[in-house]
Design a protein around this ligand. Sequence first.
Ligand code: ADP
Ligand code: ZN
Length: 211
Amino acid sequence: MKLILLGAPGAGKGTQAEIISEKYSIPTISTGNIIRAALKEGTEMGLKAKEYTERGELVPDEVVIGIIKERLSLDDCKGGFILDGFPRTIPQAEALDSMNIGIDAALSIEVADSEIVKRMSGRRVCPACGASFHTEYKKPEKDGICDVCGEALIIRKDDEPQTVLNRLSVYHDQTEPLKSYYKAQGKLLTVEGQDKVSDTTALTLAALSEI
Ligand code: ADP
Ligand code: ZN
């Protein structure tokens, strides 16, 4: 399965991606995680991306398109993959189409802005392994500690309230038009994000069983 996950920042794409990835044994490719890893390593690409991500803006199309081309050419993508956070603009979607890899579906997880703001304020991430948690919805076993690797959890700089509002407006302006784009291709699936992760997962898996 070659799947795109769409949705506002904080809609729960990453969490659903992890679950689908395990169930279908295909890798998740998260441009956000790739960019954060580059930032941490201090690579040239990371330095270029830093000013954008910290303001809650999108990294330029040519940078992320380059990242994705390289990543999708690796062997582990041959049997399918999940794209989490790409494409986020129409030019990115067009670049993906021009790679002729045959995307099966784009699944959009719908969550109201007010709910997103509430969720983001509780989000905690692991700086070491990238796992994400929530103070209410997805508590780690030990408060403030990563279940996966034991590192202390942090609040991402771009999860701060003003940045979240900015990211939401970027989402509505630049990413939401992708719903019509994939609808026109007959590839759009829509799921209403639920309060409980497992409820959203049930809807996601039901939607995927139709493709
Ligand atoms: P979110 O929590 O919003 O889903 P991600 O972890 O996917 O965020 O991405 C974090 C940041 O990385 C984005 O705010 C953006 O600056 C940058 N980024 C990630 N994917 C893309 C993309 N496809 N196009 C442009 N910028 C991107
Ligand atoms: Zn961790």
